[in-house]
Design a protein around this ligand. Structure first.
Ligand code: ADP
Length: 434
C-alpha cells in the first residue's frame, strides 16, 4: 500500500511552529529560552515515540503500531505494512509447503531428501514406515548410517545414480525395494524407494519356470538323442536292444507330450475367462468316467478303490477344468500309494457345500512339504515322481482350477498313515439333479 508523504508539508509545519515559538519568545523578550524549550520538547517527544516504537517492535504482541503523527507516524505505518506483507507471504509459503508435504505423504513410494553429504533433510511417512527412519530424530543424520545394507552403502557411496538398485527392505527381509536417486536444486538428492516385492517375485517365478521347463524337457531329449546317436550307421541291431530302445524312446516321448499338455492346460486355466456360473457339470457322470479310466491304471497297482458318490449332486462350473482337477487327485492317489492300498473317493453334500475328497493309506507326506505341493514342478521325491510319469504340475493345475471355482485345496497327510486331498464348492454352486 502506498502512503503519500509530503516533505514540504512537514517542513512547512515545523517552520510555522518554530516561527510561533520565536514570536512567543520575542513577545516575552526571551527568544533563546523559547527556542531551547521548543527544542527540548521536540527531542523528548521524538525520544518518547522512538521508545514506543522499540517497545512495540520487541515486546508488544499487537499487530497495529502505536499512534503517531508526522514522519514517525509514517515510519510506523511503513513498518506495519511491510510486516503485514511479510506475514501474508509467510502464510502463503506455509500453505504451499503444507500442500507439498501432503502431496509427498500421499505418494505410494518412500521419499527421502538428502544433501550432498548424504544428511537427511526430510522424509515422508512411507519412508518412516518402510525404511524405519524416525522423524524428526533422524533429521541431519547420514542416510547410509541408517540403511546399513552393504549393497545400499556401496550404491550410496559410489555416487553413480544412473541406474536404480534393488535391495531388501531394512525393516522386512521379505520385501524388496528399488531405490532411485534424482539430483535436484543445489546439491540435493531425492531418494525414492519403491516396493517391487511382487515384481521381483514374478520375475523370479518366471526365471524358475523357464529353468524348470527346460530342465524337464532336457532329460527326455537327452535320452532320445542318445539312442539316435546309437542308431547312427547301425544296420543290424540285436532285436532285444532295438525293442528296449524303442520302449524307452516311446516312454520319454510320452513324458514330453504329457509335460507339454499339462503346461498348455495350466496356461489355458490361468488365462481362462469362462464363467463358472453358467453351465452345470454332471459330477457323478464325470467321476464314473474317471472310475473306468482308473481300472486300467490300477491293473498293476491292485488297490482297492471305492467311489462313494452322491448321484444327485451337480455343480456349476467348467467341465474340462473340473475333470482335470478330479482326475489329477485320483490318479495321484493311485500312483503314490504302494501296491495293494486302499483309496476312497467321496462326493457328497455338506451344510456349507459340496465336498470332494480322495483318501489313501499310502506313505503320506511330511509336513514341511505340504505348503509347497501346489507350486509348479514341486515334487516330494523327484525320481519317484518321474517314474510315475509325473511332471510336478498336477496339483498346481488343481489349485488354479479350484481358485477359478472359488474354492481351495485342503491337504491333510500323516507320514506312513496316508493322505487326504479335499475341497468344498460353496452351497450356491451346487445343483440338485431333480
Ligand atoms: P506330479 O505330476 O509329480 O504327480 P503333482 O503336482 O500332482 O505332481 O504332485 C506333487 C507331488 O505331491 C508329487 O510329486 C508327490 O510327491 C506328492 N503327492 C501328490 N499326491 C500324493 C499322494 N496321494 N500321496 C503321496 N504323495 C503325493
Amino acid at each position: 500500500m502506498y502512503y503519500p508523504f509530503s516533505w514540504f508539508k512537514n517542513i512547512a509545519k515545523l517552520a510555522a511552529l518554530l516561527l510561533l515559538v520565536l514570536m512567543i519568545g520575542a513577545y516575552f523578550d526571551n527568544t533563546l529560552l523559547a527556542w531551547a524549550g521548543f527544542m527540548t520538547a521536540l527531542v523528548v517527544t521524538n525520544y518518547w515515540r522512538l521508545f514506543q516504537l522499540n517497545r512495540w517492535l520487541w515486546y508488544s504482541k499487537k499487530m497495529t503500531p502505536p499512534h503517531a503523527k508526522g514522519v514517525l507516524g509514517n515510519i510506523y505505518d511503513g513498518i506495519y505494512y511491510s510486516q503485514r506483507r511479510a506475514r501474508n507471504k509467510r502464510k502463503q509459503l506455509g500453505l504451499l509447503i503444507r500442500r507439498f508435504r501432503e502431496g509427498s505423504e500421499a505418494l505410494p513410494d518412500a521419499v527421502v531428501v538428502v544433501d550432498d553429504q548424504g544428511h537427511i533433510f526430510w522424509c515422508n511417512r512411507l519412508a518412516r514406515l518402510e525404511l524405519g527412519l524416525k522423524w524428526p530424530e533422524d533429521s541431519g543424520r547420514r542416510l547410509d548410517n541408517l540403511i546399513r545394507h552393504p549393497k545400499f552403502v556401496a550404491f550410496f557411496n559410489a555416487g553413480n545414480f544412473e541406474r536404480p538398485v534393488e535391495i531388501p527392505s531394512p525393516t522386512n527381509v521379505d520385501k524388496t525395494f528399488e531405490y532411485r536417486v534424482m539430483p535436484y536444486g543445489e546439491n540435493h538428492y531425492l531418494f525414492i524407494a519403491r516396493d517391487v516385492t511382487q515384481i521381483s517375485q514374478l520375475e523370479q517365478m518366471r526365471k524358475d519356470f523357464v529353468a524348470n521347463v527346460s530342465h524337464e524337457l532336457r532329460t527326455p531329449l537327452t535320452v532320445l538323442t542318445g539312442y539316435l546317436e546309437m542308431f547312427k550307421g547301425q544296420v543290424d541291431m540285436p532285436p532285444a536292444l532295438l525293442s528296449k530302445a524303442h520302449s524307452e524312446m516311446a516312454s520319454q516321448a510320452t513324458r514330453m507330450q504329457n509335460l507339454v499338455e499339462e503346461l498348455l492346460t495350466l496356461s489355458r486355466i490361468e488365462a481362462s475367462s469362462e464363467r463358472v456360473y453358467e453351465k452345470t457339470v454332471d459330477v457323478p457322470k464325470l467321476l464314473k468316467a474317471i472310475e473306468t479310466e482308473t481300472l486300467s491304471l490300477n491293473k498293476t497297482k491292485q488297490h482297492t478303490i471305492r467311489f462313494n458318490i452322491d448321484n444327485n449332486l451337480l455343480v456349476l462350473g467348467v467341465e474340462t477344468e473340473l475333470r482335470s482337477a478330479f482326475s489329477n487327485l485320483i490318479f495321484n492317489a493311485i500312483n503314490y500309494t504302494p501296491n495293494g492300498g486302499e483309496i476312497v473317493v467321496d462326493w457328497h453334500n455338506l451344510p456349507d457345500g459340496a465336498r470332494f475328497s480322495v483318501r489313501d493309506n499310502g506313505d503320506g507326506i511330511a509336513p514341511e512339504h505340504l505348503n509347497r505341493l501346489t507350486e509348479r514342478f514341486y515334487r516330494v521325491d523327484k525320481a519317484r515322481s518321474r517314474k510315475t510319469g509325473g511332471s510336478g504340475l498336477g496339483l498346481s493345475i488343481v489349485k488354479h482350477v479350484l481358485s477359478h471355482h472359488n474354492s481351495k485345496l485342503d491337504i491333510a497327510s500323516r507320514v506312513s498313515e496316508g493322505s487326504e486331498f479335499s475341497f468344498v464348492f460353496k452351497a450356491d454352486m451346487t445343483v440338485n439333479r431333480d
